[in-house]
Ligand binder design. Sequence first.
Ligand SMILES: [Fe+2]
Ligand SMILES: [Fe+2]
Length: 400
Amino acid sequence: MQYLSKEEVVDRFRHYRFIKNQLLEIIGGWVQFLPEIEIKIQYGRQLHHDALHSDLLKQRLNYLGARIDSRQMAYPGKKFMSYLEDVWHSADHTVIKLYTVDVLIRSLLVDVIREHLDRTSVPEDKASEDILRRIVSDDYARISWANSAITELDPQGEILNESIKERLRAKIAESGGFMGSNEPGTLFKKEFPYSKHPVRPSSWKIIEDAGSYSEKNNSFDNIEGKRRLLHDLIDGELCSIERLGKMLAEFPDLPWEMKTQLAKQAWDESRHAEAQIRRLKEFGGKPGQYPVNYWGWEVDVNRPDPLERLAISNMTFESEACKHMSNWIEMARATGDEESARLIEFILMDEVTHVQIGKRWVEELTKGDLEHYNRVLSYPEFVLQTLRPKGIKMDDLASN
Ligand SMILES: [Fe+2]
Ligand SMILES: [Fe+2]
């Protein structure tokens, strides 16, 4: 077998990066539509992994001489592009999504990379080998996770039966693969209808009218208060994974570093949700036991300007949550609940960073455009003054 030349390695890395970025966008866009909380949480982590892989590929491309953005990704041919578009529009049920993207597309990528590894010469290209081994190892883990999740969600194969599997496998086989052709395809846009709220399990009670939402007078100094506050916080973490995923899908042209930070944030929020669910269960509660409301979601994810979204969620809601968390830590400690205090201390540090991420990108992307900067920063004020439902005080965003 012949070793790959430097040019061939560059060409392949560009195509792997395309797939990783598509996984990031497709999964990101889907998170809000999944009813299963555990899958949402896993997808938050996956967003970070796929962004990280893409980033490693990008760094190596820089070393190999492909230094500008436009040379760091290559589009596959038309057939594969329309295959992806079809996947985006037609994978309706969670198990179909998992099978198509996390089993079939990831397996396709892993197969191509394994063949690449066989043709990698070391030590001269050891840097590429290390990156590819990491991707293969992480993606194998994701494929095996997806297969178990499918078995758990659809044990009898009622949704994903053998004939559907066969049809999905045939589609990807006919796509011509992602390694390019003479006629590169154009990328489809991932668009979303106006969203009132993200999808939750059918057992959850969603209060559509925020004005009648009266679940908020709780304190972190008693068990019932802790259950309710943690419950709200968990739902907020899920909304964050979902809104960040949606942003990655909707705005592929945001600066790369910003996208990696948003993907990392999605993983932070996943870990927060997991840790809080664990604590909620220790207090005898469970996700979905209290009603939830999504006015904060609606005023964020439908804005056409991604910076306005960061201004309302990262810079305002998350900053407000930080204040409340500091208060909960004190209150937990004062009442002898060291475990909650310890847990929230970790989460608070991440949240402070999320506020800074929002601030940084709003400032950087409005540099030299004072009108835009002012418009972005006045959005949260407008929301709080005019769109905030009567029943919801600013304090209620994470009240204690
Ligand atoms: Fe969080
Ligand atoms: Fe956060």
